[in-house]
Design a binder for this molecule. Sequence first.
Ligand SMILES: [Zn+2]
Length: 464
Amino acid sequence: MADLLIAGRLVLDDGTEPADGWLTVDGARITEVGAGDPGDRRRREAGRVLAPPGALVAPGFVNSHTHLFQTFLRGLRDDLDHSEWIGRVIGDNAGRLTEEDVHLAALLGSVENLLAGVTTVVENHYLHTSPKNSDEVLRAMATSGIRGWFARGTLDIGDSIRAVAGPGAAATNVETPDQSLGELERLAGEWHGAAGGRISVGVAVQSAWAASTGLLERLAAFAHDHDLLLHAHCAETADSDRRCRALHGRSEAATFAATGFLGPRTQMVHGVWLDPEDLEIVADRGATVVHCPVANAYLASGTAPVAEMLAAGIPVALGADGSASNHRQDPFESMKAAVLLQRARTMDATSLSPEDALRMARSEAAATLGRPGEIGVLRAGALADIALLDTRRAHLQPVHRMASTLVMCAMPADVTHVVVNGTLVVEDGVVTTLDQAELIERCAHRAADLGFAVGTSPLGGSRT
Ligand SMILES: [Zn+2]
């Protein structure tokens, strides 16, 4: 007898069109997948039957890069480039967040991801004003029901951060290598494999341009010794590339490669300014690039050469980035923006297809997470991470091609049910793991009381 039976139009993986079918879930995993109607016996024997009319049953999405504490910093300014943004949005405001605020922001961000059909997030946490902040984010991820990799970020060269973000900014994330490694060891010991296996700990550095060679080497060695995910911002802006060359005498990708940071378990986030030589380095090491098209456009950083990455054989995953540089945790927006911006950049309508974007948002992410074949597909033995969409919507009909429907037409509000690790965590568009309305109200009140620096440049700015 299965815990859960789901029936509808099944999307088995990124390469197949939907067809009527069913699947059963026992514990955390999919146990059986079949075509057509599940039959009376399976319906009778299942603990719960989920077969909403018009349902498209698809693998859940993977948001491969976010910063959940930034949920409270959403929409403070809309007129800054990356360097100014680090100072005026993050540097001036993040230090106001208490441990409880960090918890609430991470909870709200996790819920937002779940409601959009995201079943896995890679959370890059770097706000270390209190050592408990990390535990608060992890606790929020565990409570929400989402699957998450918590990649703990760090830096050890305060002068580099202060030069960009101002004198106070370094207080939020600059540590000694001993402090970083000590906290990593503690968090990995306490949280890796927690919440029924939903929580994993990973190793992150915020940037090569504010990290010493010694720190990068020690982080890489720790990750290799414990078989953990490695995660870092890389080549996000022209400025970050220049700063890295000034500090280390080589590009960011080359610096990561030289310190052992770059390998098959490594995610290089952004990669907007990777040059052909860098692309070769990343491809050689088998690392994945995490593309964040909306954040890169919003912060005027540029558009990553995704077509060239795919041509070089580099796996590319997709991330929203934090809500302070994207606003929404929306895989549909990220997928569509990836396709549109790549075509605008190359003026080639074949440079990125909806099918490419779907792979980036699901199966392409699984390898660096150490879960190939278990995440991003619906098959017997895979983890039961599933999103159901209601296709009976004016903007979704008619459905001719699944990739086009999901990437170009769908939106988070179309997601009705979400299963993570075998548990139904979203039902009829509402999370089941906590009081959603109460959380939203509490977050709105708390964020309003924090006295953030909200503002904008004089209207017209450089155009006057
Ligand atoms: Zn980021």
